[in-house]
Design a binder for this molecule. Structure first.
Ligand SMILES: [Zn+2]
Length: 353
């Protein structure tokens, strides 16, 4: 009888709780992530200072590194600076930029990364991808999954609410991304990974159908877990497919066409997902998504993030160019600009009530 299962690259520890930061030092020592306590901690220069003050006494063997920004250069500099320290692990303590920089730096010097997320703005906190700005714009770099993920809900609640909102849009967009993956499987024969699809979809559905509000611990718990599971689903799939389809192509198009005006990742992805669900004819899910996004204060029309309808139509028309080779409802329908305009008018009508 064959006993063939697979091993999933995943963190050794996931700790998502109110007050989780208080247990960070113990967690790192207990789990033998850093038995010697020698750690390189990457933090931001600004809001990181307060966390450093709080955590430094419990982490006497740690050395602290301020991360410049979210560029590839910053990440390379960080790795070079940490290289000579003989650390057990790198800790990325902060928001998405800090964690992405720390992920890349840790991969570069061959150390495991502990991700300590201080906001929930997207699903990259536990993913095998570091998103960094480079000379050509923004690049995605493959890196190992974090060895541990720690999310303190008390810290999350202190972050501006727009970060939580962004995470909601990113999580909900999984439902549209998985639908795109299934479409591509039917239409192009692209292989689909059922486990990765299940993890990503369940994460999206849990956030979509949770009755709680952005300030509730129960809701934040589900959102944080959903974003972590989404990151792991990308490791299972080997790329971002379970969490990135037409929704993310539209988001990238906003970033590229309107670089200084673009809204948050999750705002754009959530709007993109609601529209993509409408395009694929699933009016019920599109309306449900729009209602939930609206309830949490996310946009469902471009006007709500300062774009005209025509700018949105242009972004949708441009979207397939952002991710050549990815087959989604946009590539499938291959709409002309006039058809996108009509479809958007129909969508706007449907979500206006
Ligand atoms: Zn995303």
């Amino acid at each position: 009888m064959p006993v063939l299962t697979r091993l999933i690259p995943s963190p050794v520890v996931v700790d998502i709780n109110a007050g989780a930061l208080d247990g960070l030092a113990g967690l790192l020592a207990d789990q033998r992530i850093s038995a010697s306590g020698k750690l390189a901690v990457a933090i931001s220069g600004g809001s990181g200072a307060r966390l450093r003050e709080r955590l430094a006494p419990a982490l006497p063997g740690a050395e602290w590194y301020e991360v410049g920004g979210g560029t590839l250069d910053d990440a390379i500099k960080l790795g070079d600076a940490m290289k000579k320290g003989h650390y057990d692990a790198v800790v990325g303590l902060g928001g998405g930029k800090i964690i992405d920089c720390a992920k890349y730096a840790a991969a570069r010097i061959g150390l495991p990364l502990v991700a300590v997320a201080t906001n929930l703005s997207h699903d990259g906190l536990c993913s095998p991808v570091a998103t960094l700005d480079n000379d050509a714009g923004r690049g995605s770099y493959g890196v190992p999954n974090p060895i541990a993920v720690v999310i303190d809900l008390d810290i999350i609640r202190e972050a501006p609410v727009r970060f939580v909102r962004s995470g909601i849009g990113d999580a909900i967009s999984n439902i549209s991304a998985v639908a795109d993956w299934e479409l591509s499987h039917r239409e192009t024969g692209e292989s689909i990974d059922g486990l990765a699809a299940a993890m990503a979809r369940q994460a999206g559905e849990a956030v979509l159908r949770h009755p709680g509000e952005v300030g509730d611990d129960a809701f934040l718990q589900v959102l944080a877990e959903g974003l972590v599971l989404t990151g792991i689903s990308m490791s299972v799939a080997g790329d971002s497919r379970p969490a990135s389809g037409a929704c993310h192509e539209i988001n990238h198009a906003f970033d590229i066409l309107y670089p200084r005006r673009s809204a948050s990742h999750g705002e754009q992805c959530g709007l993109g997902a609601a529209f993509a669900m409408h395009l694929r004819g699933d009016r019920e899910t599109s309306a449900l998504m729009a209602g939930v996004l609206r309830r949490h204060g996310l946009p469902v029309t471009p006007g709500e993030i300062g774009f005209t309808d025509e700018e949105f139509v242009a972004a949708v028309a441009y979207a397939p160019k952002t991710r050549p080779g990815r087959y989604t409802i946009l590539e499938h329908l291959d709409l002309s600009t006039d058809q996108i305009r009509d479809a958007y008018a129909d969508y706007a009508q449907a979500v206006s009530s």
